[in-house]
Structure formats: C-alpha cells, structure tokens
Design a protein around this ligand. Structure first.
Ligand code: GLN
Ligand code: ZN
Length: 766
C-alpha cells in the first residue's frame, strides 16, 4: 500500500483567524489565553480536515504563532541576552524576537526596548523566517516542549501525527553569528546542539510519536564541505541514541543531487524529495536508498495553485514504485502547503472556467490521497476524479485566455536599445540636477501607514457602499495629509503614500490583463502579515494607466519632487502565482513591457522621480549555481531595464530591495540611478562594505519598519556616521528600511522626524 502524506498545512486559518487574534493580542485587545485557544482551535481544525480527507501521514508542529524557525530558537534557548534579560512570558519573548518590543515601565514590569532579530526570506519563497542568532554565550537547552505538546494535543483528538522539525544542519546553516560574536563559526555549535535535538526527539518518542519529519531544505543549496559532512555527524549521533523515533529527512524547493553523497547511507528511515521542481532527481534518490528506507515522493506542488495533473503524477509515482516497491513509496506534497492559500471553496467570485484550473491547500490534501489510492488500488478506484481532472487539465491547455498574439508580437520585436538608458549614469546625474536635491537627500520607500480608516473605506468601495467618486475624494484627502506631513518634517523626495493600494503586487495584478485574483487566497508572508498573490493565467498587458492619476495629483500638491511608485516586473512575477505553461523569463518580460508603458506615462505626467521596487529580485535567484542561475542574472535585470529605460536622462529611476542577502553585482546590473536597501538589522560592517562600490547613488535603510520601536536621533546619527566612514557623501541617501504601511502614524512620525533631523545635522557638517 502506498501511503499519502502532507508535509505541513497553512496555519493562518481559512478566515485569517491567526492574524486577527495575534494582532488583537498585540494591541491589548485579547488575552494570552484567548490567543493560545485560537491556536489550538486552528490546529484541531487542520488536523481533522486532513484526517477526514484520508491523509495517512499528517504533520504536527507545523503550527506557529509567528514563524516555525523562531519557535525552534525558543525551544533550544537560542535567545540572545537582550531578550532573555527581561524574563518575559514565553509568548512575549517570541514576539519580541520576531518584531521587537518597546514599552514603558509599569508598576509590575520594567520598561522594554529591544529591536527584532533579522528576518530573511525562506529560500526562494516569499515566506520570511526569523534568523537564528547565535553567540559565544548561546547555551542550548530545552525550553518548553512545543512539538511534544502539539503531538499530544492531536493524539487526544484521536489523530496520530508525524511531528516536523527543521533539522540541525539547516537550523545552523540558516542562522548567523550575533554582532558580539562575529568570529563564531556556526558549524562548531553542532556538538552542543545535537544533544538537545536528541532530547526533544526522545520526548516525542516517549509521547508515542513513531516517526518525525526532519526538514533539511539546505540540501538543495550549494553547501560548504563542513556542512555536508555534518549530516553524517548529526544523523549518526541520533542513530546511536536509544529511544528516538524514526526520522525522515525532507528536502524541498530544488535539486538535492549535488548533496546526495552527504545523506546517502545515513541511518534514517527515509527521505523526501521535491519532484515537482526537479523530477530528474528520481534516479539519484532511488539509488541513494538502502533496502529498508522509504521514499517520500513530492508530486503535489506546495508552492503553486495549479491543479495537479493526475495522469502525470500517477505515472511518476508508478515509476518510483516500480523501482522501490509499493510499501516504500509515500505520495506527498512537494513541500509544506504553507505557501498556498487555504481553501478554493472560499472563492465565490472567481470565473468558474479559471477556477477549475486551481487547487489550494485543502484541495491539494485530497489530491495526495487520490494519487496514493490510484497507485494502491488502481486507477479504476478513483475513475471519476481522474476523468474530471483530465478534463480540467485539457481545458486549460487549449484555452484562449492564456494566449494574446499582440503581446507575443510586441515581445518578439524588442531590441537591445530598448533596455538601455539614453546615457550613462554621470550624464543622467547632471541632467537630474534640476531636481534640486540637497546633500543626503531624505525619502521614504513609498507606503505610509495603512490606517483602519483606509481599510474601512476600501472595503466600502469594494462592496459598493460608497461611489468611485467618494472613494477618490477620500484617497485624495489621504494623499494631501501625507504630502503635508512630509513637507512639515522636511523630507526631500516625497511620496503619495500608496493609500489606494491594498498590496504592492495585488494592486497591479488587478489592473493588468492576464491576471486572476482571489478574494480570500491569503498566504503568510511573515508574522501576521499575509499577502494575497494574484495568479498569472495568461499573457500580460496593461489596458490603461494604473498609478498616474494618484502620482500626478500628489505632485500637484507640492513643489518638492514626487516619487512615482511601481512594483517591478520580477517582483510582480515572484509574488504572484506564476504560470507553469510558459517560462518565467517570458512572463517577466511581458510584465516589463506593461510597466514600461506606465513608467513612460508617469514621466509624461511630470512625475520625474520614479521608483520601481524589486524586493523579490534576490529570492528569484535559482538556489544553486549553474545554467539556470546564469540565465536568471541576465533576464531579471533585463526585465527591470526594459521597464525603466524609456525615460529621459533627467528622470530619476529608483529601485528598492529588502529582506534578502543581496549580491551587489546583481543590483548594479539594473542601472538604477538610486537604490534603497533594507539594512538596519544587517548590523555587520561586511554589508556596509559590500555595497560601497555601488557606482550610482544609494540609501541604506536606517530603521526597522517592522518594529514599533522609535530609534532616538543619536542612534540615527551613529548609523549615518558608520556608513559615511565607507561611502562617499555625495552618493548617500537617507531612508527607512522599507515601506511604512504596517506602522502606526504616531510611531512613523517620530521615527521619520528623528531620521530627517539626523540627516540635517550631517548636512550642516559639510
Ligand atoms: N513601495 C513599497 C512600500 O513602500 C515597497 C514595499 C516592499 O519593498 N516590500 O510599501
Ligand atoms: Zn521593502
């Protein structure tokens, strides 16, 4: 019999219950008990849903109140002293590490003021994890037993689960040394870390867990030798302990073959591979198995929303079965379903023709079960499901919705010159003197706080409770306020604040042809921040201007330069669910042409500073070195330049990047006049150094926009001082890490005021 398995289920709830309760808790409107109860309800619901669907192997400990990597840091007591010193309740320590905490002293507790830990993108996804931060004084020990508690919680509901933990090699590799311990070599922590892993594994076994899924996604990265070798050390160490559960090592998001020697022959129960991404790794995966080990075959995409092609998936699993035998094959999702929306049934407004092509987490659970059944009992046993699936797959393949001949022709006629500015940077800079910018120009990244009022009005407009005119008036009023505020505190390049945008990708998706969008297809991006990625279903074009009205209006309110704000082609692609029937490159170039029209229209409307955000450019980089990566570093910048090169020299093109380990060479290839980079938590001087050769102008983010914390002015001055030790003063811009939409006005005002005042102090010095 071939078993079915789901590597993890979205934790946010079908109605975003998790977001609502965590934000209520942060705002003092819900108690810790209420928060904990909602978590419990969500877990019970998700386990039951999978059990009812007939899934054989259901994950537990896939739940988290913020981030599952952060959970592990708490579990192993990897809590820097700046957090532990407050002795907060565990849940508050978790949130303090995840998002920072600043609060005044009360009668019962002292004042707290601590920034968040660094947050980085999870592989090539738009999920962000909180980076484990180690120091010489890190003392690994078990701190609670979350995985055991959640395993037992499921058991009490009559549901046997397979707990999941990020494995020791991935946990270390994805971490970093704290700023007081920069000489710390992370791999040297392994001997101290392993016994604590063994301890939690033993507790799981004692609680009854038969097996544990150990996620080692770093297997799909280019690993240094010492990390490769660490697999043997770690898993042999576990095998030598008595009373541990069986372990299944899971890789996902890519090709594990280059590291397969590191895991071949390890004394574990089996391995999982992502065969959606890399079906070619089957032979190597089979070859690396011992006679007893199982192969978990990821054939249902955990990263996208397309229906699984059953015929193909079944054929694939059959070929695996032929190689290793039915009882050693498990049909699985390619990765956790964390990256897919919860339930397609919540979509009442989708065109039924298109909806029939999709499958969300709840549907994918059933897909896994059907495929396993087809392989176990024969296709006849699920004949209806297979027939319906075949029909959907075929309908999409021939649908006219997917192809627009005009878009294809335009793309085919693009020339080399289309992706090059009219002159090199120095000449453009001279032409941009007319913007009259001072030394250390100050600006923001685009969005201002998205207040309750904004959300209420947007909702009313969506529901038809207010007219388009009323809504427009409201947006204009918001823009007026944002412009006035920026003038008051003395920012130099203003923004309109993006009040009309729900989300930086969704907003464009809704205005471009070729996209479908959901009403409830939320996916966790980080903490309580969820996004609703649009879905690219066909060739993309721009029927009409998308942002010109708001930017033009904002510019009319001020003599200072107004910055037009767009999301770049690569980011729109990365933060949408892409097509799987044409290449990523073609989708990106189609988007670039649509955005080029918008950039040119903004320029015509007298908006002479235009920022095209590409925060996702790094996460799109193929995870391994090689051909795919070489191609990406060509077509990604090409797309950006194609979008932005239609303008005159005097028009200043900005770009922005955040929350990833950027490579300066890739950023340089965009040839933007000014780039702003998230930086405030990258506290190491290495990062400052790396970007110091950036030939054009640059702003390193000076404060953390995810945190309500307000850095005092002298902290800003200190940061500017550090940067100026390395950067020529003429090149430097002053800005926050990223957009301010998640902040409250009060915090934002104080943060920006301190930032601008610090810039003024420095300006006066030269
Ligand atoms: N312009 C966007 C904003 O300010 C950029 C957001 C981002 O980089 N994630 O919200
Ligand atoms: Zn950003």
């Amino acid at each position: 019999m071939v078993l079915s398995s789901v590597l993890g289920f979205p934790r946010i709830g079908a109605q975003r219950e998790l977001k609502k309760i965590t934000e209520a808790y942060w705002g003092g409107k819900a108690t810790a008990d209420e928060l904990i109860q909602t978590g419990k309800d969500l877990r019970a619901h998700n386990w039951k849903l999978q059990k009812d669907a007939g899934v054989d192997i259901i994950a537990s400990n896939d739940f988290s109140f913020y981030d599952h990597v952060l959970d592990l840091s708490l579990l192993f007591n990897v809590i820097p002293e700046r957090y532990s010193k407050y002795s907060l309740p565990a849940i508050d320590t978790l949130f303090a590490m995840g998002r920072g905490l600043q609060r005044a002293a009360t009668e019962t507790s002292p004042a707290v003021d601590v920034p968040a830990l660094e947050m980085v993108k999870w592989f090539d996804s738009n999920y962000h994890y909180v980076r484990p931060t180690f120091s010489h004084s890190t003392e690994f020990k078990l701190n609670g037993q979350k995985p055991v508690d959640e395993y037992l919680e499921a058991k009490e509901l009559g549901i046997e689960t397979r707990p999941v933990l990020v494995g020791p090699i991935s946990y270390l590799f994805l971490g970093k040394a704290d700023k007081d311990s920069l000489d710390l070599d992370l791999i040297t922590l392994l001997p101290k870390l392993l016994p604590v892993y063994a301890e939690i594994l033993a507790k799981l076994a004692a609680a009854g867990a038969q097996s544990v899924q150990i996620d080692e996604p770093v297997l799909v990265l280019d690993l240094p030798e010492e990390f490769k070798a660490a697999f043997k050390t770690a898993y042999e160490f576990f095998a030598a302990q008595s009373g541990l559960p069986k372990l299944l090592i899971a890789s996902y998001f890519g090709d594990a073959r280059p590291n397969i020697d590191a895991i071949k022959g390890l004394p574990v129960a089996g391995f999982h591979y992502d065969f959606v991404r890399v079906p070619e790794q089957l032979d190597a995966a089979v070859e690396a198995l011992t006679e007893e080990q199982v192969l978990s075959v990821g054939v249902v995409d955990g990263r996208n929303i397309w229906k699984t092609d059953f015929a193909k998936a079944i054929e694939f699993v059959e070929s695996a079965k032929a190689k290793v035998g039915a009882d050693r094959v498990i049909v699985a999702t390619s990765s956790s379903l964390l990256h897919t929306p919860v339930d397609l049934d919540n979509e009442k407004k989708l065109d039924p023709v298109i909806k029939d092509w999709f499958s969300f987490a709840t549907q994918k659970v059933t897909e896994v079960v059907i495929i396993a059944k087809a392989v176990t009992d024969g296709p006849e046993s699920v004949a209806d499901a297979l027939a319906a699936n075949k029909k959907s797959i075929e309908a999409r393949a021939v649908s006219e919705i997917t192809v627009d001949p005009k878009v294809r022709e335009r793309l085919a006629s693009v020339t080399e010159a289309d992706s090059q500015r009219k002159a090199p940077f120095p000449e453009r800079l001279a032409a941009q003197k007319s913007l009259n910018l001072p030394l250390f120009p100050t600006t923001t990244i685009g969005s201002f706080p998205q207040t309750k009022e904004i959300r209420i009005n947007r909702n009313k407009f969506t529901k038809g409770e207010i007219t388009a005119e009323e809504y427009e008036k409201f947006i204009e009023k918001e823009i007026q306020e944002v412009v006035k505020f920026q003038e008051e505190i003395g920012l130099d390049v203003l923004v309109h604040g993006e009040p009309e945008r729900n989300d930086m990708v969704q907003y464009f998706g809704e205005r471009l042809k070729g996209f479908a969008f959901t009403s409830n297809g939320w996916v966790q991006s980080y903490g309580s921040r969820y996004v609703r990625p649009p879905i690219i279903v066909g060739d993309v074009s721009r029927p009409a201007p998308m942002t010109v009205k708001e930017s033009q209006y904002a510019q009319s309110l001020t003599d200072k330069p107004m910055k037009g704000m767009l999301t770049g082609p690569v980011t729109i692609l990365r933060w949408s669910f892409p097509r799987n029937d044409i290449s990523a490159k073609d989708q990106s170039l189609q988007l670039a042409l649509a955005l080029r029209d918008e950039v040119n229209d903004l320029e015509k409307a007298n908006v002479k500073v235009i920022q095209v955000d590409e925060p996702a450019i790094r996460e799109g980089l193929p995870l391994r070195e090689g051909k795919e990566r070489d191609e990406y570093v060509q077509w990604a910048p090409l797309s950006f330049r194609l979008a932005t090169s239609g303008v005159e020299n005097g028009t200043q093109i900005h770009s922005h990047f955040c929350y990833s380990d950027l490579d300066p060479a890739h950023i340089k290839a965009l040839d933007a006049d000014v780039v702003s980079i998230e930086f405030s938590k990258k506290d190491d001087s290495k990062y400052i150094q790396e970007f110091s050769n950036y030939p054009n102008h640059i702003g390193l983010g000076l404060f953390d926009i995810h945190s309500p914390r307000v850095p005092p002015q002298d902290e800003f001055e200190g940061r500017i001082n550090d940067i100026l030790k390395v950067y020529p003063k003429e090149n430097l811009w002053i800005n926050p890490d990223c957009g301010l939409k998640t902040r409250k006005w009060d915090e934002t005002k104080r943060q920006l005021t301190n930032m601008v005042n610090a810039a003024k102090i420095y300006r006066a010095k030269f």
